[in-house]
Design a protein around this ligand. Structure first.
Ligand code: ZN
Length: 273
């Protein structure tokens, strides 16, 4: 599932090729995504001013209106040559002048929806802050943890304190901060949050520079895989030596999903619970 760095890689690729171009044609072959794609013909003729990212959402800002795009579990965009026939999972084609952008989504959990001002306010109200938002201080993060007993990894995944982390980057950031993934979020003090936010930012920045992490589906819009996979410290490395202390990395199930961590570097005994 794409997380913040993968969505950012897509955003940069779209912005490089499409900003300033007009949408000249749209073909929706399969409107049944997570929510039905509405008719997009009214968008033809509009010019794309910029592509923004908020959490894992993309906001396509046109000279008139905004389209909200989410890649869901398996969505991706790629530029295609016009003569290449669409595949089975190629659900939408956007033609921006000479650029054919194809949306592919085997599992169809993605979203492509118009976003009006009221819907944008509602979206903003339920999202946490961006990792680099100056308002996101350790004190604020601590204050924002509503359910104090919920595990810190679950709080990261929920995105209501800070957006952008899914399973991969939550595991990685907790490892670099030396925090056990199961630790009740309410026991994190300001120093813990300072380490965790710094680790999250560092992991995201390195992953963005590498074009994200490709496990299965993620590709940049130019068709390149992300190269952060080689730099993952614990994610997907059960039984391999911890890069810091060489103890075997452990995998446990947490909320139905795999959590990878070092039992020594992230030992509850190392920090005050
Ligand atoms: Zn270790």
């Amino acid at each position: 599932m794409p997380e913040l760095p993968e969505v950012e890689a897509v955003r940069r690729g779209l912005e490089d090729r499409l900003v300033g171009k007009s949408l000249t044609e749209v073909r929706v072959r399969e409107p049944r995504l997570r929510r039905p794609v509405p008719p997009l013909s009214p968008w033809v003729g509009r010019r794309l001013l910029r592509v923004e990212r908020r959490g894992k959402y993309l906001l396509w800002r046109f000279d008139e209106g905004t389209l909200l795009v989410h890649l869901g579990m398996s969505g991706h965009f790629a530029f295609a040559a016009p003569e290449v026939p669409p595949g089975r999972h190629d659900h939408v084609d956007f033609l921006f002048e000479e650029n054919l952008l194809r949306y592919t989504d085997p599992r169809r959990f993605g979203l492509i929806l118009p976003l009006d001002a009221a819907a944008e306010r509602a979206l903003e109200a339920r999202l946490g802050l961006e990792p680099w938002d100056a308002r996101l201080t350790p004190a604020l993060a601590r204050e924002r943890v509503q359910e104090r007993r919920r595990a810190i990894k679950e709080v990261l995944l929920a995105g209501d304190v800070v957006v952008g982390a899914g399973n991969i980057y939550a595991c990685e950031a907790l490892f670099h901060a030396g925090i056990h993934p199961d630790r009740p979020a309410g026991t994190l003090g300001e120093e813990d949050w300072a380490r965790l936010l710094a680790a999250l930012r560092a992991v995201f920045e390195a992953a963005i520079a590498a074009g994200g992490t490709t496990l299965r589906d993620h590709r940049t819009v130019e068709g390149k895989g992300g190269e952060y996979r080689d730099r993952l410290a614990v994610y997907g490395r059960e039984g391999e030596p911890c890069p810091r202390c060489a103890a075997p990395v452990r995998r446990v199930l947490q909320g139905g999903r795999s959590t990878f961590f070092c039992p020594v570097c992230q030992s509850p005994g190392r920090a005050a619970w």
